[in-house]
Write a protein that binds this ligand. Structure first.
Ligand SMILES: NC(=O)c1ccc[n+]([C@@H]2O[C@H](COP(=O)([O-])OP(=O)(O)OC[C@H]3O[C@@H](n4cnc5c(N)ncnc54)[C@H](O)[C@@H]3O)[C@@H](O)[C@H]2O)c1
Length: 256
């Protein structure tokens, strides 16, 4: 699809990587619906992006009915839906055997619920709408981009829940792309390294340092705009499908 024809929902779209994606899509002439659970940041984002090009729809990605309803609302606002970008996520940090007690199962399952089940929930609801789009060139009807993490491959101590959830996102990418190929819907995933966003901002300083110390080149945290560049490319480059791309300055996370 052409950049100015992008009609996208972006989950986690009011902060960090998702917000950068929203800015990029709007700058390229597209329109976005931001699905998130942060109303204050949602209002700020729409103000910055312009209410004619962006709308905030309060949506918990784990809510099956809520996502389906809000995707319909998003499609009506956008004038169609041909792109879905999953950026909503939580860290769910914690050791399997914590200082006080083993990790509560709730921590593990909540992390998987938001990061993995939520991504699936949004992808399937988006695909359900996209399958009815008029086919474009090569029969294309839409594109889905998920966000995993390099922790899917080399999760650190304290990332068992997070790494499991992101590993699941990587794992569902190819089967989903294969299945949705008959509708002309592409599915790709980005596995970011360490990006400078509120999620990283909120981590303890020691964790931030250990995360950023070993990035080979460029030796700095990633910029959200660099993530948005790759999303824009994945949305518009039709031959890219069923792939997970690391975007990480060649970082390989150490055990801790
Ligand atoms: N920042 C990094 O270095 C980094 C690295 C690898 C992967 N990621 C992934 O990138 C994605 C975006 O991360 P970020 O750094 O921009 O974080 P962020 O905290 O700035 O943004 C995440 C957004 O998701 C929203 N969210 C959380 N739970 C939600 C739910 N149940 N329903 C809807 N929205 C929900 C939050 O309100 C927030 O606006 C996440 O999936 C994260 O795991 C980030």
């Amino acid at each position: 699809m052409l950049p100015d024809s992008v009609r996208a929902i972006v989950t986690g779209g009011v902060s960090g990587l998702g917000l950068a994606v929203a800015h990029r899509i709007v700058a390229d002439g597209g329109r976005v619906a931001l699905l998130d659970v942060n109303d204050d940041k949602g209002a700020e984002a729409v103000e910055a992006l312009g209410a004619d090009r962006a709308r905030y729809l309060r949506t918990d990605v784990t809510d099956e009915a809520g996502v389906a309803t809000n995707l319909e609302a998003a499609r009506a606002f956008l004038g169609g839906l041909n792109a879905a970008v999953n950026c909503a996520g939580i860290l769910g940090a914690g050791r399997v055997l914590g200082r006080e007690a083993p990790m509560p199962l709730e921590t593990f399952s909540r992390t998987v619920m938001v990061n993995l089940v939520g991504s699936f929930n949004v992808a399937k609801a988006a695909a359900a709408l996209m399958q009815h789009n008029a086919p474009g060139e090569d029969g294309e009807r839409g594109a889905i981009v998920n966000t995993a993490s390099v922790a899917a491959y080399e999760g650190q101590i304290g990332q068992a829940a997070y790494a499991a959830s992101k590993g699941g996102v990587v794992g569902m990418t190819l089967p989903m792309a294969r299945e949705l190929a008959r509708f002309g819907i592409r599915v790709n995933t980005i596995a970011p390294g360490i990006f400078w966003t509120p999620m990283v901002d909120g981590m303890p300083e020691a964790v931030q340092q250990s995360l950023s110390a070993s990035i080979p080149f460029p030796s700095r945290l990633g910029r959200p705009e660099e993530f948005a560049d790759l999303v824009a490319h994945l949305l518009t480059s039709r031959y890219l499908n069923g792939e997970t791309i690391r975007l990480d300055g060649a970082v390989r996370l150490a055990p801790k």
